[in-house]
Each structure stands twice: as structure tokens, then as C-alpha cells.
Design a binder for this molecule. Structure first.
Ligand code: HEM
Length: 451
């Protein structure tokens, strides 16, 4: 059996191949001919020989077993908090999963440079990635799995997720401004006006090695190994066409899209995500997150824009700061998360009661014509810096309908005046146009852009 799991309570929205999904295959089985998944891949189904050209990372050939159970959640369209962390998040939908989806516990984010110059290869990569993502998010292995296939070739799947449940894995793709450059893939006239290069902000100390990228994949899951497996296998499939430019692991969510659930805390110990957009509020999502057909680039309708910022946090300095100062900096108390002068976390903030330099006062929608972002960031620690200080921070991820109205003005205001700046520094940055969801098994990431 590839990805394990008994009791395959498979939701028909999730699995295109329920017979194989419910049966599974024993070790050494290379079945799957005529499976629903093969049918799903027909038309764009790579030949077995072509599949081996990825170094054996083939698709759609083998029998697989679905792992875990599928909770009553829906894909990118409308999201309910998943009842159990082993569940599968449906891959297909109007919007990509991983945006409004109830935030999973772990992150592996990768930014890629496209190394091929051939547009047809880029298109094939996006198709291959989509087929692989369909399978991995359902808890399946890629192709013939991690063992039992052709003995002379590397296995199709790297194998470290064998026996693990889908763990609410979501995979979300984005396209960076550089993909649309003149004389690359003929996409210059398809670049949305809103996909601007982010301006420099006061205090930025961006490392070029952690900045930019032609493509990104955000993998979120409740099990870190499932997220890492997904990025690793997508990178492997892309060998010779894309190269990882930079990547980031996140160990703890700092934001919530489920207001009813307990708000997570960031590395400064404060509740983070209190005033975030509710992932189950379609009106707020339509207004602030999803790009509308009226916004310009038709191919992006139903998509979004993602800003990623690696923000270092000076943990040791913060830990020597008084509680009062910490609370003044955010404009909320540390225990309850209540705004200044209020008793409860979800009480309406009185911005005027906060210091003019308080983070919440500066970032609040009332200071920005009502504009909001859907924040989906993760805490990270990447060891220490050689001086005994934690190399830690927030990998800030925010989805929005137009970065020119949202991230850019909010960050301009924060970079200028936020009291928090004494304790943080932005060291990496990227922006991506995030295409709409993959509708069904005949669709693929970016089809409306590149076909
Ligand atoms: C390490 C950096 C940061 C930390 C530790 C941090 C922390 C927090 C905390 C604790 C809150 C209050 C709770 C909440 O409503 O979520 C908050 C609110 C918020 N933050 Fe940040 N934040 C950081 C960076 C940023 C950046 C870069 C932006 C955008 C440019 C941003 C935008 C916001 C917004 C929009 C709110 C909600 C304000 C409201 O509606 O009341 N934050 N942040």
C-alpha cells in the first residue's frame, strides 16, 4: 500500500478514482490501467517513457490507495473548518485551496525560477504539477508509488509520506512578475496591471537570494512531512524546467481564517489573526481576496494576489521588553488579545485609544479606506545566527484582490511609523498572481493564462 489509511470514506468531490481509491494496491502492484485517474489524465497523459524522463517521477500509471478520511469540507469554493487533521482538502474548485481554507499547522513554501526557455515545456510542467497535486492532496502517491514499479528506474514517488494521511494538504500555485517579462514566454501582454513589482519600503533589508521568483508553490498541511514531501516531489517533477530559488518552512500558523477557533500566537507571544478575514465569509472574500473579471486580467478572475515577506524577529530584544511596552506596540493586551481599553479579544477596537505608532492602529482597515487582506503567515526558526540568537521570525503571507490598495499602502504606513519596527526586519520578499482554481480533472494550473 502506498499512502496508508483504512476506512477510506471517500468524498466524490475529492477523488476522481473512487474504485482504486477504496481498494488500494498491494506492494509490487503496477496496476491502474483504465483507472479513473488514467482517464482523468487522458489527453495530456505523458507516456511511460516520458514519465521516466523526470527521473522516474511519473504520473497516472499506478494503482494507489487513498489515505485517511475525507471530512465534509469543500474545496477552494467555500471552506469549513476541517474536523480532523488527517482529512483531505478537495483540490478542485472555483478558487485554489490554501487561501480561504482553514489554516493548517505547517508550511513548506517554495519559489522557483523557470529554467527552460520553451513555452511548451512550461505548459507541460504546469499540467504535470496539477496531476501530481491532485493525487498528493488526496493522500495518494505519485505514479507507481515509492516501490514496486520498474526496478531499473527511480521510483515515481520519493516515499517519505507513505503511511501518512492527507493531513489537509493544500497546494497553491502563483506566477511572479518575472514570468511575464518580454521575450520569455510571450506573456508580457497578459501581465495584470495589479501585478506590480513591490516598491522598496523604509527599513527593508532584502536578501536577493530570498526574494522574487517566477513561480511559487505554497504547501500547507497539518503534518510537516506531508508538506515537505509535496514540494520535494513537485521540484523533482520540474527537474530541468524549474529550479528552487528559495524556500521556507513554517512550523506554526500565526493566523486563522476560522474566527470561531482559538487564535494562534506569534513568536512575540501575542494572538495573531484576530481580525483576519473569515474563510467562510464569501462576501468578504469577494470584496477583498478574489480578483473579479471586472478587475482587468480575465484569466485571473477567481484568483488572487499573494505577497510573501520573510520578516526576522529580534526575539532576544523583545524578551527584554516590558509587558506594558509590548502591549502598547500592538495596541492589544497579551493575555486575552483585547484591544486597548476593551475586555475581550473580539471587541471592536478603539483606535484612538492606542498609541499613534501601534501596529493595529496603523494596519487597521479604518486607516486604509476599509481595505483588508487575508493573512496566512507562519512562524519559522531556522536555527541560530552564530551569535547565539535565534534566526526566527514570521513568514508573512497575505492574499488580496489588489496589492496596490492593500499590502503596499499598509506596509508603507507600517514601515514608516510602526513601533514594532524596532524588533523586526523584512529580509525577503515576493509577489505572485495566484490563478483561479482547477475546475476538474481536465483542467490545470494556469490553463487560462498560457493556453
Ligand atoms: C513580524 C511582523 C508582524 C507581527 C509580529 C504582527 C503581529 C500582529 C498582531 C499581534 C496583530 C493583532 C491581532 C490581529 O488582528 O491579527 C496584527 C494585526 C494586523 N497586522 Fe500584523 N504583524 C506583523 C506584520 C504585519 C505586516 C507586514 C502587515 C501588512 C503589511 C500586517 C498587517 C496586519 C493587519 C492588517 C492586522 C489587523 C489589524 C486590524 O484589523 O485590527 N502585519 N499583527
Amino acid at each position: 500500500m502506498h499512502r496508508a489509511g483504512d476506512g477510506h470514506a471517500v468524498d466524490d468531490q475529492t477523488t476522481e478514482g473512487s474504485p482504486e481509491a477504496t481498494e488500494g494496491a498491494g506492494p509490487g502492484t503496477a496496476a491502474g490501467a483504465g483507472s479513473a485517474t488514467d482517464a482523468a489524465d487522458s489527453g495530456a497523459a505523458p507516456s511511460r517513457r516520458a514519465l521516466l524522463g523526470w527521473g522516474g517521477a511519473g504520473l497516472a500509471l499506478g494503482a494507489v490507495a487513498a489515505g485517511g478520511t475525507v471530512a465534509a469540507v469543500r474545496g477552494g469554493d467555500r471552506i469549513e473548518p476541517a474536523a480532523e487533521s488527517g482529512a483531505a482538502v478537495p483540490f478542485h474548485g472555483t478558487h485554489q485551496a490554501g487561501i480561504a481554507t482553514a489554516v493548517q499547522d505547517r508550511l513548506h513554501f517554495a519559489s522557483f525560477d523557470v529554467t527552460t526557455k520553451d513555452r511548451a515545456e512550461l505548459v507541460q510542467l504546469l499540467k504535470d504539477w496539477t496531476r501530481a497535486a491532485e493525487r498528493m492532496t488526496a493522500g495518494r502517491t505519485i505514479g507507481e508509488g515509492a516501490y514496486g514499479g520498474v526496478a531499473e528506474a527511480p521510483p515515481d514517488d520519493t516515499g517519505e509520506a507513505l503511511g501518512l494521511k492527507p493531513s489537509r494538504l493544500s497546494l497553491t500555485v502563483g506566477f511572479g512578475p518575472s514570468l511575464f517579462a518580454e521575450n520569455r514566454f510571450g506573456l508580457a501582454d497578459r501581465r495584470p496591471d495589479a501585478l506590480v513589482d513591490l516598491p522598496g519600503f523604509p527599513g527593508d533589508n532584502l536578501d536577493p537570494a530570498r526574494t522574487g521568483g517566477d513561480l511559487c508553490v505554497q504547501a500547507c498541511a497539518d503534518d510537516p512531512q506531508v508538506a515537505v514531501h509535496a514540494i520535494r516531489n513537485l521540484a523533482r517533477i520540474g527537474f530541468g524546467k524549474v529550479a528552487v530559488r528559495w524556500s521556507q518552512l513554517g512550523f506554526g500558523k500565526t493566523s486563522s481564517t476560522t474566527p470561531g477557533a482559538q487564535t494562534p500566537r506569534n513568536l512575540f507571544g501575542f494572538k495573531d489573526g484576530t481580525e483576519n478575514i473569515d474563510g467562510a465569509d464569501p462576501a468578504a472574500l469577494d470584496r477583498h481576496v478574489w480578483v473579479s473579471a471586472k478587475d482587468g486580467a480575465g484569466w485571473l478572475a477567481g484568483g488572487s494576489y499573494l505577497v510573501a515577506r520573510r520578516i526576522s524577529m529580534r526575539i532576544e530584544s523583545w524578551d527584554r521588553t516590558s509587558l506594558q511596552e509590548q502591549e502598547d506596540i500592538f495596541g492589544r493586551d497579551k493575555g486575552e488579545g483585547a484591544p486597548v481599553g476593551k475586555a475581550h479579544e473580539h471587541d471592536k477596537p478603539n483606535l484612538k485609544a492606542m498609541l499613534p505608532t501601534a501596529h493595529v492602529r496603523l494596519a487597521h482597515p479604518d486607516a486604509h479606506h476599509g481595505v483588508r487582506m487575508l493573512r496566512r503567515g507562519y512562524s519559522f526558526t531556522d536555527g541560530t545566527d552564530g551569535l547565539g540568537r535565534l534566526d526566527a521570525g514570521l513568514f508573512f503571507l497575505a492574499y488580496q484582490r489588489d496589492v496596490r490598495d492593500a499590502f503596499i499602502p499598509v506596509q508603507q504606513s507600517l514601515a514608516r511609523s510602526d513601533a514594532l519596527n524596532e524588533y523586526i526586519q523584512h529580509v525577503g520578499s515576493a509577489v505572485f498572481a495566484v490563478p483561479p482554481g482547477v475546475r476538474d480533472t481536465g483542467d490545470w494550473w494556469g490553463r487560462a493564462l498560457v493556453s
